[in-house]
Design a protein around this ligand. Structure first.
Ligand code: FE2
Length: 238
């Protein structure tokens, strides 16, 4: 896991975005998108929130280093703590950590990129990952604009599945999954600004993306979550 200091470095830029919204604010829920076919079918050896390095390796994955952070919120703007946030994404060659991604067989996968990571939100609902800037890829005849897959679980139950896209990326308009959302307001909830990290000699980027969960998710004062049924496994869809 990255140290607190490194985490703060990644989030300092966007501290203003962490201001607590007014109580009873009715925020627009973040739109959901399909999990897609490439949630890892076998987990990497390391599943922490630093996707650049696998365990103690000294060789990082290839790509533009990006600090991805944000908060998980209820519709009323309350931070959701202990939310289990998972991300997964293609490597710099557009290849997933998944046996069904045909490019793996061509040996094009970046073995140094962790491809998947987990983080439990803190008391302010914040999450943080260090990863690479996503790149576009083609899956068969389907062209995909750059994106990072996100999933959130509460008490072992998947409550949110979506994808974060780069705000202003010209290829977003070409992406059929994104276009299918239609409502511009809902589309906007999926877009995150990728900004240069000040003074970074490596040209690192910072992206902030708050996730507002749907109506049924409310946290009680004791930290339990109201409105969820029994924990159950998540469904795999395409
Ligand atoms: Fe994808």
């Amino acid at each position: 896991m990255l140290t607190r200091r490194e985490m703060l470095k990644g989030t300092a830029l966007t501290a203003a975005a962490f201001a607590t919204p007014g109580l009873f604010a009715d925020l627009l829920s973040t739109a959901q998108m399909t999990e897609g076919p490439f949630y890892p079918d076998k987990m990497p050896l390391d599943t922490d929130n630093d996707l650049l390095l696998i365990n103690d390796s000294l060789t990082p994955g290839v790509g533009t280093i990006t600090h991805v952070s944000g908060r998980v919120l209820s519709k009323s703007g309350k931070p959701i703590r202990n939310a289990f946030v998972e991300i997964w994404q293609a490597d710099s060659n557009g290849v997933y950590l998944h046996s069904g991604d045909s490019d793996i067989r061509k040996g094009e996968r970046d073995a140094n990129f962790q491809s998947y990571g987990r983080f439990l939100t803190d008391s302010k609902g914040q999450y943080y990952f260090r990863t690479i800037k996503p790149v576009p890829y083609t899956d068969g005849s389907i062209y995909r604009t750059p994106h990072i897959h996100f999933a959130i679980s509460l008490k072992g139950q998947r409550v949110f599945t979506s994808q974060m896209l780069i705000n202003g990326h010209p290829d977003n308009k070409r992406d059929r999954l994104f276009r299918n959302i239609r409502d511009p307001k809902a589309q906007k909830t999926l877009l995150a600004d990728f900004n240069p990290l000040p003074d970074s000699k490596l040209g690192e980027l910072s992206a902030n993306w708050d996730i507002v969960l749907g109506q049924t998710v409310e946290e009680n004062d004791d930290g339990s979550v109201y409105g969820l049924g029994k924990p159950q496994g998540h469904r795999r869809g395409r």
